[in-house]
Design a protein around this ligand. Structure first.
Ligand SMILES: [Zn+2]
Length: 164
């Protein structure tokens, strides 16, 4: 096995470990499923993990970085370097389809795909009953990443994971 392949094996193990890290604000999905992990490169000297915050200034990023450090310490003894990439910016298009299903199952309306949002106010489907008759109650919900919505049919309030 040459060194390059050894690094690739480590990178695969790193991806697997990262895939087990839950997003601190939305624990039903992993940081890989949300598209926060952009790149993993493992060389002989170090592993470089590139992260893109879903919302710049999201305080969760510090938690995520510390989770990444703990998880990677278990799979490699190479020094870890975390790079934060702000360009190109994260968009909700990076969320994996499986993660969208998990969000909906957890009662969080997944963000619409950015490319499909034509109107200034996006139509948000109620995760409880599927109705499109929903209204925004607060632009910022339990966290800056989510808005608070209410369904006008089943009257249930719910979180909407805002696209951007
Ligand atoms: Zn409803």
């Amino acid at each position: 096995m040459n060194l390059r392949n050894a690094g690739d094996d480590v990178a695969r193990a790193v991806w697997t470990a990262l895939g087990a890290i839950a997003d601190p604000e939305i624990p039903v999905v992993s940081i890989v499923e949300l598209g926060i992990v952009r790149d993993v490169r493992c060389g002989d000297d170090e592993c470089v993990v590139t992260l893109t915050p879903t919302y710049s200034g999201c305080p969760a990023m510090r938690v995520i970085e510390s989770d990444v450090q703990s998880a990677l310490a278990l799979v490699t003894n190479r020094p870890l370097r975390i790079v934060t990439a702000l360009t190109p910016p994260w968009t909700s298009d990076a969320i994996a389809p499986e993660a969208r299903r998990k969000l909906a199952a957890a009662g969080i309306a997944p963000p619409g795909e950015v490319s499909r949002i034509v109107f200034q106010r996006e139509a948000v489907r109620c995760p409880n009953c599927g109705s499109m008759r929903t209204e925004e109650i607060a632009r910022f919900g339990s966290t800056a990443c989510k808005a608070q919505y209410r369904c006008r049919d089943c009257l249930e309030p719910f979180d909407y994971f805002k696209p951007h």
